[in-house]
Design a protein around this ligand. Structure first.
Ligand SMILES: Nc1ncnc2c1ncn2[C@@H]1O[C@H](COP(=O)(O)OP(=O)(O)O)[C@@H](O)[C@H]1O
Ligand SMILES: [Mg+2]
Length: 244
């Protein structure tokens, strides 16, 4: 965890794709802090830079200019080898494509990141996480034997399994029915409130955003607004006038 209390931070983050007429400023100078133990939702129209912000903060992609930290570690300009280590030690990911390994059981999928890192899984913690996502009786199943919602829950358990400082989620409930989605969001909120983890989640859904402590609204690669203590209604209202 970071001494300045931030799980992640970016300063004047810019990401430019292409050149000349084809230039796209996916991130156009974003400075933002993501305090430890907070749940932040990132919203904004399609193409506003949400996924790019998440990927560059998570060290999956490099900024064109500016700086990014995960905890105390500046990740800007780190070698791929060092970056891999930082990601492994600090970061959990939940993407819409769950990236479960089809030949492994749920349990093996959950411990895979720790096995790769040669870290001994904390069995008690993993049991807590697995129980919380309601997958205790599915540990021996393979992904093909699970529903979409169950695969998603396994992916959440995997993301939380190594107790990462920060979890990045890109539209994690996008493929789920509303009941399963609500369960998932409730669990991510618990991870923050009870386990002190930090979550940064991209979503286009005001109801999903209402689970967060704070919403960051992006527009054209810039922070257009911030909202504390969002409700579905206040988020929806703000979205209607975001481009005005
Ligand atoms: N690999 C890429 N190459 C070129 N342009 C990209 C690439 N990735 C994203 N972009 C562009 O950057 C902008 C922001 O994209 P993205 O971060 O995916 O937005 P969002 O997640 O908010 O929909 C968009 O205009 C998109 O087309
Ligand atoms: Mg996106």
């Amino acid at each position: 965890m970071s001494t300045n209390g931030n799980a992640a931070r970016v300063v004047d983050a810019r990401k430019i794709y292409g050149e000349g007429d084809a230039e796209v400023r996916a991130l156009d100078g974003i400075s933002e802090e993501f305090p430890s133990g907070q749940f932040t939702a990132i919203m904004g129209p399609s193409g506003s830079g949400k996924s790019t912000l998440l990927q560059t903060m998570a060290g999956l992609d490099q900024l064109t200019s500016g700086q990014a930290w995960l905890g105390d570690t500046e990740i800007t300009g780190l070698s791929e080898k060092k970056l891999t280590r930082v990601r492994r030690d600090k970061v959990g990911f939940i993407f819409q494509a769950y990236n479960l390994v089809p030949t492994l059981t749920v349990e093996e999928n959950i411990t895979l990141p720790m096995d790769i890192a040669r870290v001994k899984p904390d069995k008690e913690w993993i049991a807590t996480v697995v129980d919380a996502v309601g997958m205790s009786d599915r540990l021996d199943h393979r992904p093909s034997e699970l529903s979409g919602g169950q695969q998603q829950r396994a992916a959440v358990a995997r993301a939380l399994g190594s107790r990462p400082d920060i979890i990045f989620a890109d539209e994690p409930t996008g493929a789920l029915d509303s009941t399963t989605g609500a369960e998932m969001l409730g669990f991510m909120k618990r991870a923050v409130d009870e386990f002190g983890q930090t979550v940064v989640m991209v979503t286009h859904d005001p109801n999903s955003a209402s689970y967060a402590d704070r919403v960051l609204f992006l527009l054209d690669g810039k922070v257009a607004d911030r909202m504390e203590g969002p409700t579905a209604d206040t988020v929806l209202d703000r979205m209607k006038t975001l481009g005005d």
